[in-house]
Design a protein. Structure first.
Length: 477
């Protein structure tokens, strides 16, 4: 990754994408100081794959369609996870970083699955649900995505695309004690059905229990969103104790713990200061996660060759690991060597072909390596990525850039109109969609341009969108 958070026209780095959420001030009653805060969402193909691997069996056991649950990572050191309306599950990076084992992480995910299956969010008061709908819509706005500067992810995310108050999940999601106990019971039931250990949830709750005596400002927000009473703790302990082996019977699939350790080390390397990473993972630690974290720390401090040297033995030991290839390709790309980045990124895509973030990064490297054939191949990669994630404003921008370099200006205008719509820039969307519609031949693309133009017309916008339209019109160009 580069040194800072870049605007859309900047170079791309895909291992982490940060999204700055612009949330309305009324979400934080009585907290004027929060106006300067921002919520940062993290995108990472490896960690998203891990979370899907862990949650999919839980969702299916609970009778929840995994395709209907959207999981998002929030960059925050504190332990927390919460569900919002529309089956959206938000997880703090700190939950992964501070979990001592995959069992602790799975325990929380099982609990949150209980909230989803129980429809607990739907039972909140109407005005609270509406507040969450608006906040989540703004948070996940595709046009708010920017390419992340990985070397500054920890502590200095750089220039923001959008800024606003932090998501006030503690005000929005104060579940009742009954709902918390129901989610605990459901989560433990799902784990039992899968034959997975349940003691991880108890271990994590034990860590949080020690914080209850702290003042609110020093507590993990999980305690505010998920009240941890003595009755609740005793309930979980009793249920876990009744299971064979004290809740530790059975076991997770053998690949879970290594994948968790690698993902945790990656987050530590990207989010924490490099000196902290080197203290936590000293040279004396020869484990794969430790070397992974040290490679990321070297990369973040600008030592590309040292980072690549640390990755080489890992690649020999784990030739089928797409995430090591991704990091290798990203380091080369960010070091200004896109030609050299193509081979490892191509291999990463071969090993994990269904990951849109990988396809976008590979397309970016193809585009920067240059040549007509590579530009056309980049278009193919971007289009594949967008079929999987149509709300990625950054990828629409890359597709528009590739079409522009190929001289395909109407297609470029159409892609940039898609980005503008996701970004809420309705004046720009109308202009680009109209220009694309006038130049494109009859067919699906022309009809799409027409649809975008109609959608961006003021008469078809909601009141909030019209307000945003007015703000965009007043913004200096």
């Amino acid at each position: 990754m580069r040194n800072a958070l870049f605007p859309f026209a900047a170079r791309w780095a895909s291992a982490l994408i940060l999204m700055l959420a612009s949330l309305a001030p009324w979400l934080l009653p009585g907290r004027a100081s929060a106006q300067t805060e921002s919520t940062v969402l993290v995108r990472d193909a490896e960690i998203e794959r891990l979370l899907r691997t862990l949650t999919t069996p839980l969702f299916r056991t609970a009778g929840v369609d995994p395709a209907l649950v959207r999981i998002s990572l929030i960059q925050a050191r504190a332990i927390n996870a919460f569900v919002t309306t529309g089956n959206r599950l938000f997880i703090h990076t700190g939950l992964i970083q501070q979990s001592g084992s995959v069992g602790e992480l799975v325990g929380v995910l099982a609990h949150e699955t209980g909230h989803i299956a129980g429809g607990h969010v739907a039972r909140l008061p109407e005005e609270m649900r509406n507040a969450m709908i608006r906040s989540v819509a703004g948070m996940l706005l595709g046009g708010a995505v920017a390419a992340a500067g990985g070397r500054n992810v920890g502590g200095n995310p750089g220039a923001a695309i959008l800024s606003g108050p932090a998501l006030a999940q503690q005000e929005l999601l104060a579940f009742t004690r009954a709902q918390e106990q129901a989610a605990d019971q459901a989560g433990i039931t799902y784990l039992a059905r899968l034959g997975w250990p349940a003691d991880g949830l108890l271990q994590l709750l034990g860590k949080l229990r020690e914080q209850e005596a702290l003042v609110t400002a020093r507590q993990d927000p999980y305690l505010r969103t998920h009240p941890l009473s003595r009755d609740r703790m005793d309930f979980v302990a009793t249920v876990v104790a009744r299971r064979p082996g004290g809740g530790a019977a059975g076991g997770f699939p053998p690949e879970f713990e290594p994948a968790f350790r690698m993902a945790k080390a990656k987050l530590d390397g990207f989010i924490d200061p490099p000196l902290t990473t080197w203290r936590r993972y000293p040279d004396s630690d020869a484990s794969a996660p430790a070397r992974y974290a040290r490679a990321v720390a070297q990369y973040r401090t600008g030592r590309a060759d040292s980072a690549l040297a640390l990755l080489d033995p890992l690649l020999q030991e784990q030739p089928g690991n797409p995430w090591l290839r991704e990091l290798q390709g990203q380091i080369l790309f960010e070091a200004g060597r896109p030609e050299a980045a193509l081979a490892p990124l191509r291999e990463a895509v071969r090993l994990a072909p269904n990951e849109p973030l990988l396809r976008t990064l590979y397309g970016r490297a193809l585009m920067e390596a240059g040549g007509t054939a590579r530009l056309q191949a980049a278009v193919t990669e971007f289009e594949w990525s967008l079929r999987a994630e149509r709300d990625s404003g950054f990828t629409w921008r890359q597709l528009g850039t590739a079409h522009g370099r190929l001289g395909q200006l109407p297609q470029a205008d159409l892609a940039l109109a898609e980005e503008a719509m996701l970004d809420g820039d309705y004046p720009r969307a109308r202009f680009l969609a109209r220009r694309a519609e006038e130049a494109l031949p009859p067919g699906a693309l022309k009809l799409r341009a027409q649809d975008l133009r109609f959608a961006a017309q003021r008469d078809n916008l909601t009141r909030e969108q019209r307000d945003q339209d007015d703000a965009m019109r007043r913004r200096p160009r």
